[in-house]
Write a protein that binds this ligand. Structure first.
Ligand SMILES: [Zn+2]
Length: 437
């Protein structure tokens, strides 16, 4: 399957959802020479692999702007190959990976290594995010220009905040030379470092040290102020609190160049998932309250939050099968992101499929300044086929990721990606829908 050059693919009678053009209509779509050739009412193409997609959705390839692929250094948790395999199975054609590997992605050779590894695996395009500071040590800036030349799409010390405000200011000022994007892992460590879950009723009940919302709110506010001061482009990662949503909303209203993402777990779970000391519900920032969850959904609805990103964080079982305080932070997310968005946002909250595709493809492409999120003829054929009615149980043995640290194990879902096409090549095909006959 890898890198197989495909004959033309003709998708017939699908619901074609194109967030770039605000279009949602039934029709045919032809993929030819790795590009979207045409969209129309009754397209014919003799040598094409043709498939009837009545009731299915055809959307631009999904883009996840925040994942951890763990390579180099933590290949026992995930590799670029297994991570991108999981991405393709989740409907993704592009993922941006964070630099907290070992060694961290703070130089061009690591950036190039990641891109080459992903190309060789052939499942999903990987867009490396390089670190803001050397070794993610929070002291000296990396060489932004060289890293951008090597293929980095943004800068972040994710996993850690840039604790010194003066250094964050410098990074934002420096980024202006290239109009580069700075991604903030917003966390005030002075308030969070002892905690392991949200500070509130559940942490009191469980006797665990909590992390207050303020640990995030303060850091989001600081970085919005610094973006305003410098005029640089800032993106806030994994927003989890009502306060941060409001701070970002106000900053946007003032014209600050800030964008933001949240993760599926923040709009689908609350701190109660931690009950029973469930380490598969431990992440940073932590799951919050119902009030926060509702505020995050409102942020997605009114455009305060621009993107859904998984923060896919695979771990080996030993890092999770231990005391709650000692367990590693993070959950995997690539294969549950779309099912959760369909479940919570579309079916429970009444979002239109078009709105969700904006959050999962068009907006991330725009923020990262890469192509994607569009079904315009002539565009590279990054296309995902979704069956909104497909029922399945998220079982450990069917997960493509090397890890299985997910609070959604054994959950029943309705709706998922059933095929993924990257640059005209089939990278995932659940039921052999696109097999040449
Ligand atoms: Zn982070």
């Amino acid at each position: 399957m890898k890198n197989r050059v495909m004959p033309p693919i003709l998708l017939k009678g699908a619901r074609i959802i194109d967030p770039a053009n605000n279009k949602d209509q039934v029709g045919d779509l032809l993929i030819k020479d790795q590009k979207i050739d045409s969209i129309g009412a009754d397209i014919q193409c003799e040598d094409a692999v043709e498939t009837n997609l009545a009731g299915k959705w055809v959307v631009p390839g999904l883009i996840d702007m925040h994942v951890h692929l763990r390579e180099p250094g933590f290949e026992y948790k995930e590799t670029i190959e297994t991570g991108t395999m999981a991405a393709a199975a989740g409907g993704f054609t592009k993922v941006a990976c964070m630099p907290n590997t070992s060694p961290p992605n703070d130089n061009e050779s690591i950036t190039r290594f990641i891109i080459e590894r992903a190309e060789r695996a052939g499942y999903c395009k990987v867009l490396p995010v390089a670190s803001i500071t050397r070794g993610q040590q929070g002291r000296n800036l990396t060489e932004f220009f060289d890293l951008l030349q090597a293929g980095a799409v943004a800068f972040s010390d994710d996993g850690l905040p840039v604790t010194k405000a003066s250094l964050m200011r410098l990074a934002l000022e420096y980024s202006l030379n290239f109009d580069a994007l700075i991604i903030s892992h917003a966390e005030e460590l002075e308030l969070s470092v002892q905690g392991c879950m949200n500070e509130g009723k559940t942490s009191t009940k469980l006797g665990l040290k909590g992390i207050p919302n303020a640990a995030e709110d303060i850091a989001v506010f600081r970085d919005c102020c610094l973006a305003e001061l410098t005029g640089a482009r800032l993106h806030i990662a994994h927003v989890s609190t009502k306060g941060s949503v409001e701070i970002i909303r106000q900053a946007k209203a003032r014209g600050v160049r800030v964008t933001a993402e949240t993760a599926p777990h923040y709009f689908s779970l609350t701190e109660e998932a931690v009950n029973g000391y469930n380490t598969f519900a431990k992440m940073n920032p932590p799951l919050r309250t119902e009030e926060d969850r509702k505020a995050v959904i409102q942020g997605l609805r009114d455009g305060t939050l621009d993107a859904i990103a998984t923060d896919h964080a695979p771990h080996d079982i030993l890092s999770k099968e231990c005391e709650f305080e000692l367990a590693a932070n993070g959950i995997i997310g690539l294969e549950t992101s779309l099912p959760l968005a369909l479940d919570v946002l579309v079916r429970q909250e009444g979002f239109s499929p078009l709105e969700v595709m904006k959050l999962m493809s068009f907006n991330p492409a725009k923020i990262l300044n890469v192509d994607g999120g569009s079904l315009n003829p002539g565009h590279k054929a990054d296309v995902t086929i979704i069956d909104p009615d497909f029922q399945f149980c998220y079982k450990r043995e069917e997960i493509r990721s090397k890890a299985f640290n997910s609070p959604f194990l054994n959950k029943k879902f309705t709706g998922r990606a059933i095929a993924t096409i990257m640059a005209g090549k089939v990278t995932f095909d659940l039921n052999g829908l696109l097999k040449a006959r």
